[in-house]
Design a protein around this ligand. Sequence first.
Ligand SMILES: Nc1ncnc2c1ncn2[C@@H]1O[C@H](COP(=O)(O)OP(=O)(O)OP(=O)(O)O)[C@@H](O)[C@H]1O
Ligand SMILES: [Mg+2]
Length: 273
Amino acid sequence: MEATPAMDPVISEPVMSEPVTSEPVISVRGGTAALGSRPVLRGIDLTVNRGEVVALLGANGSGKSTAVRSVIGQVPLTGGGISLFGTELRRFRDWGRVGYVPQRTTAASGVPATVREVVTSGRLSRKRFGWLSRADRAAVERSIELVGLADRARDSVAALSGGQHQRVLIARALAADPELLIMDEPMAGIDLASQEILASTLREQVAGGATVLLVMHELGPLEPLIDRAVVLRDGCVVHDGPPPKAVGQHALPGHDHVHPHAAGEPLRTGLLT
Ligand SMILES: Nc1ncnc2c1ncn2[C@@H]1O[C@H](COP(=O)(O)OP(=O)(O)OP(=O)(O)O)[C@@H](O)[C@H]1O
Ligand SMILES: [Mg+2]
């Protein structure tokens, strides 16, 4: 049932001077999945190597969220295989190494926790015991500050706007200092200023060695960070390589897209707001 790891296309051509020593952080091989009776993933290959920032792109309904949810074990595959850090998913237990920001939904969360409580829950995922050290508390406060919610830390998340709620979820993932960060449309619904904050935060994580898988509609302020893009269409990978020059709205005819790689320059992010 599992694909052979040795067949992984990314490591099939090792460069002689630089032997491949580390396993991919994420490896999905021929993954298929169905939701209800509907096939949603039709045999996808997705490899994310250590230190890489990979964008997962595609139209609404193409299977992006399903793909990342299968990687974190929330959607079972009907065929193919997945491993994380070289361990088959079903034997993987090291969830403290993984930070996940789910796609924002409009559904209200049931339990009215405060911002600080939600962010702390991210930090707890890496703890064997339930109490927090001074370093844990510092990591929680730092993450809350990074997303600009220090003044709201004691507020109930139920009292936040959608974009603020999204920033809480990002802070929760960052609080664990994860080696692998998976974010499903983290930029959706957050304003340009917050997008820039998130971009610089991510840049810091990447500089510190983090591996990142980002689901997105358009690259926006994160574009300079992206090493590779995987594009899904109707549950299949149709592109795996350099980020496409035009995605989403940018693909529309007559839409001129200048690539502003200079840091700090405001970027157009039409589809995200
Ligand atoms: N719980 C579910 N039950 C049945 N079908 C589902 C379910 N969740 C998603 N689907 C279907 O699976 C397909 C892929 O959905 P998915 O959420 O993975 O797409 P996506 O690429 O993330 O889209 P978006 O850009 O809108 O977030 C869609 O056709 C969707 O209707
Ligand atoms: Mg989605």
